[in-house]
Design a protein around this ligand. Structure first.
Ligand code: ADP
Ligand code: MG
Length: 248
């Protein structure tokens, strides 16, 4: 039988910012349903790789394929329709609005083109979808809370919910655990684990515990290249990783 087409293929991607090459001919295949963590020191090119996959940056050379289709020149705003949704290192929810309202906006933004309905019916569907997403990200009890009043961890859950509102096939999370307390990180780790099977997860993460717990495969980047890859145990014991990433 033919091997399934990877859901994401990055092929020989080069990203040059003037003289600096943030990606130096990077190749990466991601299988459907996989949970992949990307590790690496600051400046390794991790966010640049996400920008290329999400279409926020066009590679200088190379290609990006989504489910086998060449999307190198497809603008970022069309990629959610192909199932590729990302979060940013900076939050994008509205502080003055409730969890429910933020999620409604996220659902509406992503599905506008599918909803030629009467307004009242559409609003009900929006609200139902928002409530369903809140459940997925464990915010059912906080539907009426404004985003500004949420704890750090809950806010991260909301951002995750806003991404999930688009029914993603592939979810790109850029450092979701950054700035969280230990308890909040553990909760987020559990939540990300609970999404397994629903989405293909690509995770940039500094926190090793989060990365190694959530991911089935870990890719380590340094200086625009992949320097190590494997399952969490392989990567944890890879001397290259200790040298480059941990500095020991
Ligand atoms: P990481 O996410 O691994 O910390 P980045 O992908 O953000 O790394 O950055 C990789 C390199 O590219 C860094 O040297 C960074 O300064 C540079 N870089 C990233 N974005 C830009 C940009 N828009 N313009 C110029 N240089 C950039
Ligand atoms: Mg980054």
């Amino acid at each position: 039988t033919a091997r399934a087409v990877p859901v994401i293929q990055v092929v020989s991607a080069v990203v040059a910012f003037g003289g600096l090459r943030a990606l130096k001919g990077l190749d990466l295949d991601v299988a459907r349903g996989e949970r992949l963590a990307i590790l690496g020191p600051n400046g390794a090119g991790k966010s640049t790789l996400f920008n290329v996959i999400a279409g926020d940056i066009r590679p200088t050379e190379g290609a990006v394929l989504i489910e086998g289709r060449d999307c190198t020149f497809l603008p970022s705003r069309y990629r959610p329709r192909l199932g590729v949704v990302r979060t940013y290192q900076k939050a994008r929810c509205l502080d003055g609005l409730t969890v429910r309202e933020n999620l409604c906006l996220a659902v509406a933004g992503r599905r506008r083109h599918q909803w030629p309905l009467w307004r009242s019916r559409r609003d009900r569907q929006l609200d139902d979808a928002a409530v369903a997403v809140a459940e997925v990200v464990w915010l059912t009890d906080d539907l009426g809370t404004t985003a500004g009043e949420l704890s750090h961890g809950q806010r991260r859950q909301l951002e995750l919910g806003m991404a999930m509102a688009g029914d993603p096939e592939v979810l790109l999370l850029d450092e979701p655990a950054s700035g969280l307390s230990r308890g909040e990180r553990e909760q987020l780790t559990e939540l990300l684990g609970s999404l397994a099977g629903e989405v293909t997860l690509l995770l940039i993460e500094h926190d090793m515990d989060v990365a190694f717990t959530v991911a089935q495969r870990v890719v380590v980047m340094a200086d625009g290249e992949i320097v190590a890859a494997g399952d969490p145990d392989q990567v944890r014991s890879d001397p290259v990783v200790h040298e480059i990433y941990l500095g020991v």
